[in-house]
Design a protein around this ligand. Structure first.
Ligand code: APR
Length: 308
């Protein structure tokens, strides 16, 4: 039997994710949103692309959580973008209500699913989903590191004029301007990047990576990124559904790893059929550890506001 994925939120990230999922035939997809007609219209449009693209998976748009029943995996993208006059805390509280409310409904119908959270502010919203679901930590995963690392890898590949496939590297910490790319563990075809790019150029790439989301928002004006975010989500789904045991940077609930306890923060994890199958604790220099702690403190400030 085919697997089933629910994507909550039929906006830019949700609909593009649904598109990529059916294109890769990873599962049947249910697209759910609070807006009436939008998920139904996008779902039908995607279904009707099947004969041309050659996919047999089914996709349905809906407003009814009963349609999401028995999903193997759920991608949470529902939420509000920041509007003029809205503080960060206002956005935080508004999206907290959305994520908490929708996760409770999801869990009711799919108690065994794996959750991938995408709604921002990412780390705090993943923590919200973790608390609201009551799931074990291996089944609640935040999508940020794969996206941030993809941006980082893009800029390095561009700077060196090499294939993006040759560039490996990851990003630690929260999904915000305190995130911590780690050049010491970044390589190009096995060669440490620190031997290929001067420090100033690497620093500029790290700064650009940290501001990667804002760079897109500044261009789009009325929305945020969705092509790279949806690609990142689908890489995580593929790792889980195909039990690839892939090492990817994801937002995970730490219980003492890296000296951080009771908080979702981005770290390298092994993704397989059981979700997060291992958290990899790599050795950090005191400076890297301090940067990670600072980033975790920034996440903690947000989770304290919403009390999760
Ligand atoms: N239940 C279901 N859907 C909801 C709810 C709710 N309670 N509240 C809002 N939504 C839906 C909106 O109707 C909208 O269709 O969530 C969707 C969000 O879509 P967009 O506004 O297009 O936002 P998008 O660009 O997809 O980003 C979604 O991902 O990357 C993050 O920062 C981004 O938090 C944002 C999320």
């Amino acid at each position: 039997m085919r697997k089933k994925i629910t994507v909550v939120g039929a906006g830019n990230v949700g609909a593009t994710t649904a598109h990529r999922l059916v294109d890769k035939q990873l599962a049947d997809v249910v697209l759910i949103d609070i807006l009436e007609g939008v998920p139904q219209g996008k779902g039908l449009d995607l279904l009707e692309a099947g004969p041309i693209e050659g996919y047999d998976v089914h996709i349905k748009g809906t407003n009814d959580y009963a349609d999401t029943a028995n999903s193997n995996l759920v991608v949470m993208t529902a939420g509000f973008p920041r509007k003029p006059g809205m503080s960060r805390d206002d956005l935080l509280k508004a999206n907290y209500d959305v994520v908490k409310g929708t996760i409770e409904k999801i869990v009711n119908y799919s108690p065994d699913c794996i959750l991938i959270v995408v709604t921002n502010p990412l780390d705090a919203m993943t923590q919200t989903a973790f608390r609201a679901s009551g799931f074990s930590r291996n089944r609640v995963i935040g999508m940020a590191g794969v996206l941030d690392a993809a941006r980082y890898r893009t800029f390095i590949a561009e700077a060196l004029n090499v294939s993006v496939e040759n560039v490996h590297g990851f990003v630690l910490g929260g999904h915000g301007d305190t995130m911590v790319p780690v050049p010491r563990y970044t390589s190009v075809a096995g060669i440490p990047v620190t031997e290929l790019l001067p420090k100033e150029q690497l620093d500029a790439i790290i700064t650009r990576t940290r501001n990667g989301g804002a760079e897109i928002v500044n261009f789009l004006k009325t929305g945020s990124a969705y092509y790279a975010p949806s690609a990142a989500i689908v890489e995580m789904v593929d790792a889980i559904f195909n039990d690839r045991k892939k090492i990817l940077p994801c937002t995970a609930y730490l219980e003492g790893e890296y000296g951080i306890k009771g908080l979702f923060v981005g770290v390298p994890v092994k993704l397989g059929a059981r979700g997060i199958e291992q958290i990899l604790e790599i050795k950090l220099t005191p400076e890297e550890q301090a940067a990670l702690q600072k980033s975790a403190d920034a996440v903690k400030e947000l989770t304290a506001v919403i009390g999760v």
